[in-house]
Design a protein around this ligand. Sequence first.
Ligand code: G4P
Ligand code: NA
Ligand code: NA
Length: 194
Amino acid sequence: MKLLEEKIKNDGKVLSDQVLKVDSFLNHQIDPQLMLEIGKEFARIFEAEGITKIVTIESSGIAPAVMAGLQMNVPVIFARKRKSLTLVDELISATVHSFTKNETNEISISKKYVNEIDRVLIIDDFLANGEAALGLVDIVQKSGAKVAGIGIVIEKSFQPGAQRLKELGLRVESLARIASLSNGEVTYINEIVE
Ligand code: G4P
Ligand code: NA
Ligand code: NA
């Protein structure tokens, strides 16, 4: 997605060979107009999949997921990383280990909002090692629903997440695919000239 790729190049900060900071439009301050365009793009890409629900994870997945939900006219459920005071329903949970943060979290959604009849689109802001996305896949499958696709805003293609998901037979669509963050520079997959 050209608009997103340009935004990342202009406003993103390469913190290391591994980490891209996008606090000015996605992870802290949010650019609603860009999020709307991202939502439209996910709606276009997954139009034929018969999506009935979108599942994401707090916090940074919520903005793009809500915009996609608006465009696709389906509800959006975000998995929680902490127990909620009011979330007293029966929960479906999965364990997610973050290599980046070296911590393991249990993520959950209420059984009430996703079930056998649903075709779910999973959306997240970043795809790195794939742990969060795999946790969401686990939760959706435990609910009896079908994972109809995975939509990612920024994929770090040099990390194994996308491949791990594709090996499970899942459709993964990423709006920006970063081949490398070397030398303080963002290089996209489609920019690599052979
Ligand atoms: P994984 O799920 O793909 O295995 O990713 P990992 O454990 O490495 O990621 C942990 C957190 O760091 C996630 O956010 C993820 O979105 C984020 N992250 C991973 N790589 C990058 C990066 O290069 N840049 C930025 N900006 N974020 C990255 P989180 O802890 O769930 O936070 P949030 O959703 O509340 O923002
Ligand atoms: Na994040
Ligand atoms: Na996220």
